[in-house]
Write a protein of this length. Structure first.
Lengths: 412, 93, 347
């Protein structure tokens, strides 16, 4: 059993000593910079961005919702300490805020957040108070190592922020059981696809790349304690940030409805291999597990683009063959005008699809007063602070594969 | 497009990697390849082995074109222990 | 509201005449005519049918370009807030004209427009081209039922209200639009899954592709006496991409001569496909189109003849309609060239 203490953050300011009181989070910039320090990091500048401010944050790499253990254990096992199974004891999380990393990184897809204007209603993190860490590498730092260093720095800071909440009365307390004790209700589980294609497109489970794993059960508490961490800088609308893993709405809803209209059957982590042979293997393996766990149905999410659709459809097909009904969440590639058929192919059993929106539909962002993270954008011509018309895709988390966003597409 | 060419009366064999989707979309004669990026190749093999693979692949494709089918059908490349071609009609090279 | 509406009808509904007057070119008359009077009575002060655009069905069918041009001109003289066309019921030529006029009003003149016709009317194809078409019965017996729905959708479009086929009942146009969801995706997914498990009906939010089967073409009895053509969706083009084939959603295909070639030489051909890493294909283009082996098989007599050109397009997000039209054209060329079979490589 994991006891989750949720602390709602209402505002953030800088001060000499870190503290949390009545929702006001005081950060000590020197402490944060010290935690973010590393020989490969030249600078880590701290910014705050509040919902409604005319601020644009660019070159976003990842986001993390701060958390720390209350007693024994560590969050982000495999990164902040030895990879020991967690998901038990007490964990403090800071809600309504997020730590965001920003840096120029070649090969990373452009990602941005607008805190006000049309972009704000589309980007899920625009509702949070954002603590932005803007990193720059020392000259000559190898990019792959620098990228790993930023990740570690972020997790250290996220844990530090969570620790500030220790000893503070939470706004809400939740119990997260390891497994459901509900009976007489439809047993529903979650097949959680992770993209792990190596450098820049990796996902970590207990600190190890998810590339070569076989589908494997994991408890919700472990996810909440940071067992799954993102190292993925692919398209921001087609990848799961660490924040998305930690606040996964599918897991949240399964926990919330457990005992009410369903029995939460558990989570299966599943990789998305590159070859068809391996895809077939893991799809069948996951379906096997799902049926072994007596699931009557499974929600399946993906990570990535068209190639990952195949994993989605194959998984659905194999599950349905075993009597496990499936519903898939996916974004659509329907073209800028919405007229391209949204699916390039499918399999007959994949007949229940939830839309996460048309990835390519353009949106016009309004001009902003302040930009954090860079003075140019690879996406559009014109000044980075100006009004931009871009496809919805680069808005961080807008079409999040696990459903963080609020967009869907429908026929018009 | 394979299905569309067949609709126009030209027997067509499709060499592709993602076979399940090709079948569902309706291609009638499908030969599985070894990789998306190299439909008629395999860079993990030596040059000689790769050409031999390409030949086996093409021979299978020709056999598919000479075989009557009723539904979408997969023609996997098969070779025997001594490298001889199975399931292929005609003179071997 | 004060909407200014133009109503498009044919010569028959305008009371001009029957088949014998079907060659009438487009003309504009003031005020409502025929079913337009019903529209006018339903408006109840919200607007006015200021003019009726009339065209003979035969004229429209036989001079479509000119009919469209002329109609557009006439519409521009009126500058209405809304165009309503039909109902055409099951009348094919009339339906085609209504659909086309509705489409051009919306897409070329930016005038909100709706047509009404039986869903199986050939003119209903205009929906896929972007026209709003309200389905109705097959004969004028359903006039009283169809016209109010035609008008209702028209008013919504003219006043900028949000519309969708599910709510407003018009034929799907194959267009997807982002909206803010009322419930999170996770909630919708669980609701859909519980319905599926219980055997209750559910509606997939993303339209599923239609799979139609094509009867297989008969095999070639013996390829030793046949001509075979090589084709690819992998975007193999001569270096420099002289015909500018696009790397995704290709709008064209090309053919290139290989009659003199024994194999593709790396550097002289390249792949422009945007959907995968092309290093392996560029290092040896025969990995994309197996010319080297095909030529050997031809020389050895396993194939009668290798066709002197190969065809290429890029299969990255190409629409089904494009694929169909490419295949039709290519098949005609292949038949003319005496080709009996095709080998198609895809990435």
């Amino acid at each position: 059993m994991l006891t989750l203490y949720e602390h709602v953050i209402r505002d953030i300011r800088f001060g000499d000593e870190p503290s949390l009181r009545d929702g006001l989070l005081t950060l000590a910039p020197e402490r944060i910079r010290a935690l973010a320090a590393d020989p490969l990091i030249h600078s880590a500048n701290l910014h705050i961005a509040r919902p409604g401010e005319r601020v644009r944050i660019v070159h976003i790499l990842d986001a993390v919702q701060p958390r720390a253990k209350g007693g024994e254990g560590i969050v982000f096992p495999g990164f902040l300490g030895p990879p020991r199974t967690n998901g038990m004891g007490e964990t403090h999380i800071l809600t309504h805020c997020a730590l965001v990393s920003v840096s120029l990184l070649p090969r990373a897809q452009e990602a941005l957040i607008d805190m006000a204007g049309p972009g704000a209603s589309i980007g899920p993190l625009a509702k949070d108070l954002l603590i932005v860490l803007e990193f720059a590498p020392v000259e000559g730092a190898p990019w792959a190592e620098y990228e790993a260093t930023i990740r570690l720095a972020m997790l250290r800071v996220a844990a530090h922020l969570g620790e500030i909440a220790r000893g503070v009365g939470p706004d809400r307390t939740r119990q997260v059981p390891r497994a459901s004790s509900a009976s007489g209700l439809p047993r529903v589980g979650y097949i959680y696809n992770l993209q792990a294609q190596g450098s820049y497109k990796d996902t970590f489970v207990y600190g190890r790349s998810a590339g070569e794993i076989l589908p494997t059960p994991i408890t919700p508490g472990e996810i909440l304690d940071g067992a799954v961490v993102s190292g993925n800088y692919g398209h921001p609308s087609l990848k799961n940030s660490t924040y998305a893993h930690l606040t996964n709405p599918v897991i949240r809803d399964l926990l919330a409805r457990d005992g009410r209209d369903l029995a939460f059957g558990g989570i299966i982590l599943k990789p998305e291999p590159v070859t068809l042979e391996a895809k077939e293997l893991v799809a069948g393996y996951a379906a096997n597990l799902a049926s072994l766990l007596n699931w009557q149905g499974a929600i399946v999410t993906k990570e990535g683009g068209g190639n990952a659709d195949i994993d989605l459809f194959l998984t659905a097909e194999r599950c349905e063959q075993r009597g496990v009904r499936t519903v898939l969440l996916m974004a659509e590639l329907a073209g800028p005008d919405g007229r391209t058929p949204p699916l390039l192919g499918s399999l007959p059993s994949a007949d229940a699809l939830v839309s996460l929106g048309n990835y390519e539909e353009p949106v016009t962002l309004s001009a902003v007063e302040r930009v954090i993270g860079g003075d140019s954008l690879r996406l559009a011509d014109g000044p980075v602070a100006g009004s931009l018309t871009i496809p919805i895709a680069p808005i961080f988390g807008s079409l999040s594969p696990v459903g963080l966003g609020s967009i869907m597409a429908r026929a018009q | 497009m394979a299905k569309e060419l067949e609709r126009e009366g030209i027997p067509t064999v499709l060499l592709c990697n993602i076979v399940p989707i090709a079948l569902t979309v309706g291609a009638n004669r499908v030969v599985p390849t070894r990789g998306i990026q190299y439909p008629t190749g395999d860079p993990s093999l030596s040059r000689e082995q790769e050409e031999a693979w390409r030949e086996r692949l093409l021979m299978t494709a020709l056999a598919a074109l000479e075989t009557p089918v009723n539904d979408p059908t997969v023609f996997p490349v098969i070779s025997g222990p001594a490298g001889e071609q199975w399931g292929v009609k005609g003179d071997s090279i | 509201m004060g909407l200014r509406i133009v109503h498009y009808i044919n010569q028959f509904f305008a009371g001009i005449g029957g088949e014998e007057k079907a060659d009438l070119p487009p003309e504009l008359r003031s005020g409502p005519l025929g079913p337009g009077r019903l529209i006018q009575s339903l408006l109840e002060g919200r607007g006015e049918v200021v003019a009726t655009l009339i065209c003979g069905d035969t004229y429209f069918a036989e001079h479509q370009e000119e009919a469209c041009r002329h109609s557009a001109e006439l519409l521009l003289t009126v500058k209405p807030d809304l165009l309503l066309a039909g109902p055409a019921f099951a009348s094919g030529r009339y339906g085609l004209a209504c659909g086309e006029v509705a489409r051009l009003a919306l897409h070329e003149l930016k005038i909100p427009a709706v047509a009404a016709m039986h869903p199986e009317n050939p003119g209903a194809q205009a929906a896929v081209a972007g026209a709003h078409i309200v389905p109705c019965g097959s004969s004028a017996a359903s006039m009283k039922e169809a016209v109010p729905r035609l008008l209702a959708l028209g008013i919504k479009l003219a006043t900028g209200a949000d519309v969708s086929p599910d709510v407003d009942g018009y034929l799907p146009r194959g267009i997807r639009k982002n909206v803010t969801a009322e419930l999170p995706a996770s909630a919708r997914a669980l609701d859909m899954l519980l319905a599926k498990i219980a055997g209750r009906s559910f509606a997939s939010e993303v339209p599923l592709p239609q799979f139609d089967r094509v009867p297989p073409a008969p095999p070639v009895p013996d390829l030793r006496w046949a001509t075979v053509a090589l084709l690819t969706e992998g975007g193999l083009v001569p270096r420099g991409n002289p015909d500018r084939i696009e790397s995704s959603r290709a709008s064209r295909y090309a053919r290139y001569p290989i009659g003199e070639l024994r194999a593709f030489v790396p550097g002289e051909f390249e792949s422009v496909h945007g959907g995968y890493a092309t290093d392996h294909a560029n290092a040896d283009p025969n990995r994309l189109v197996p010319l080297d082996v095909a030529r050997r098989l031809e020389k050895a007599g396993r194939i009668g003849r290798l066709h002197e050109v190969y065809y290429t397009t890029v299969g990255n997000g190409t629409s089904v309609q494009k694929a169909q039209s490419f295949a039709r054209e290519i098949a005609a060329e292949l038949r003319a060239g005496g080709v009996q079979a095709a080998i198609l490589t895809a990435t």
